[in-house]
Write a protein that binds this ligand. Structure first.
Ligand SMILES: Cc1cc2nc3c(=O)[nH]c(=O)nc-3n(C[C@H](O)[C@H](O)[C@H](O)COP(=O)(O)OP(=O)(O)OC[C@H]3O[C@@H](n4cnc5c(N)ncnc54)[C@H](O)[C@@H]3O)c2cc1C
Length: 438
């Protein structure tokens, strides 16, 4: 491959996977990361589809801290309805320390010859004649440049590369505050003298009437709490959530033993165009999480492998026409399924607590709908189903129609995602993007 240079901007999960495979195939790959070696990730465990390791040709670490995958229960804002679902399959999901995931991905990349430059902050992209040719970085207080044939943007939701690309490259720069959860997550000490009422993974919609979710799970040694909101929140809000959870889960204490960090998760469909000449985004920087839910480890890793495959199969070409094949593959194989869930997110953001209570309490949205939305990428309520619900004493017809419209739009959006132009043609892509971003 003429030792083509690749820079991975930020040590995101998908970037590390792409780095390893490109390096193994003769590319000169360097990961540039703002944090110090050995400090990446968060001090908690994450759940993800374990098959993604297989897909990426990486062995799942045997000594990782595996935790049993619990039953999932979705709770309405007024807590009157609790819906058990089969969202998380203990067969396909694994719950693992984030540090173990990072150790594994970084170890794999090092083994394949990838170089790492830590404690180097990326400031912005370098764009020359519409091609991304490098990045500006800050190291030891000095501004420096790093040039490469391909910049793989794995710098997360607020990537300084993606967000500062010129608009003529047609790549979305900003995610708005209905598309990103601000989150707080911590493991709290568990009072072992109290028997927990349940050990389910409880997901509270619009908890305490705040747009977003909170989750609670009592584990063997601690209690896992996550707060994810579309709006900024602080210490006082965390205290309110903990106090509320304590009423229902008396084993919860105030003492944080792991985590306790604020972070961001994109919870929307992927950005429509994620490539340009010399540039490809992967992971959270391209919003590759499962919309509404925010799990993005598996999708990011799979996308990293897809991207490396496309570059390798095309003899190291890094022009937009070549990289578009990666865009197409990700859309067809993963993102199209996420679109209906994203329409549901858009609807939830406008619904308000009362309407959400109504839909869940009256059984308009049921466990199987949530399972279908998350696992199969679509809620399957048909007109017949809704009419039946309306005649079963549900009188809020405008709300039902709104739900109906959302479901139809979700299906339509999935079809638009699947109709992504196979070959890169700027005008065709522009037209398709205007539909996809509607
Ligand atoms: C609280 C929380 C819980 C989550 N739980 C789960 C879960 O259970 N399962 C799941 O699948 N997903 C989960 N996710 C989502 C998951 O973390 C991401 O979707 C996934 O990690 C993909 O993100 P990424 O690797 O692309 O980006 P990130 O994880 O954001 O990594 C980006 C990297 O780029 C670096 N970087 C950023 N800016 C710069 C800069 N200017 N200069 C240099 N380096 C930079 C960062 O330091 C970081 O190392 C969770 C996220 C959060 C916040």
């Amino acid at each position: 491959m003429d030792n083509k240079k690749v820079i991975i901007a930020g040590a995101g999960h998908g970037g590390l996977v792409a780095a390893a495979h490109l390096s193994a195939n003769g590319f000169d790959v360097t990961v540039i990361e703002r944090f110090a070696q050995g400090t990446l990730g968060y001090d908690w465990t994450d759940m993800f589809e374990k098959d993604c390791f297989d897909f990426c040709g990486i062995e799942l670490p045997k000594n990782a801290n595996y935790v049993k995958v619990p039953e999932s229960v979705f709770v309405s804002p007024n807590k009157k309805t609790k819906i058990k679902t089969e969202v998380l399959s203990p067969i396909t999901n694994v719950n693992m320390d984030r540090s173990a995931i990072y150790d594994s991905l970084i170890g794999f990349a090092l083994e394949k010859g990838v170089k790492f430059e830590y404690e180097t902050k990326i400031i912005s992209p370098i764009v020359e004649n519409n091609r991304v040719t490098g990045i500006f970085v800050e190291k030891n207080g000095k501004k420096e440049t790093r040039k490469a044939d391909l910049i793989i943007d794995a710098a997360g939701a607020f990537s300084p590369v993606r967000s500062l690309l010129p608009s003529n490259l047609m790549i979305e720069n900003e995610f708005d505050n209905t598309q990103v959860f601000e989150t707080f997550r911590a493991f709290y000490e568990r009072d072992m003298t109290v028997t927990p009422p349940d050990t389910d993974w409880n997901v509270y919609f619009f908890h305490l009437d705040k747009p977003g979710i909170s989750w609670y799970e009592c584990r063997e040694e601690y209690c896992d709490v996550l707060i994810g909101r579309f709006n900024k929140f602080g210490e006082q809000d965390i205290k309110q959530v903990i106090d509320d959870f304590k009423n229902e889960h008396p084993e919860l204490t105030d003492k944080i033993i792991r985590g306790g960090q604020f972070a961001f998760i994109p919870v929307r469909r992927a950005v429509g165009k994620m490539v340009a000449d010399g540039y490809a985004a992967v992971g959270d920087s391209a919003a590759m999480t499962v919309a509404l839910i925010g799990s993005g480890i598996a999708n990011s890793m799979i996308a990293g492998k897809m991207l490396a495959d496309v570059v390798i199969e095309n003899n190291g070409k890094t022009d937009v026409k070549t990289l578009w094949k990666y865009n197409v593959r990700y859309f067809k194989e993963i993102n199209a399924d996420i679109c209906s869930l994203d329409k549901l997110r858009e609807m939830l953001c406008t619904l308000g607590t009362d309407n959400l209570n109504f839909l869940l309490n009256k059984g308009v949205v049921k466990g199987e709908d949530i399972t279908a939305a998350i696992k199969e990428g679509g809620i399957k309520l048909g007109i017949k189903d809704l009419i039946e619900k309306a005649t079963k004493g549900i009188s809020d017809i405008p709300l039902l129609l709104k739900v109906m419209k959302t479901l139809n739009e979700g299906e339509k959006l999935s079809k638009i995602a699947l109709s992504i132009p196979e070959e890169y043609d700027e005008n065709k892509v522009k037209m398709w993007l205007s539909e996809y971003n509607c």
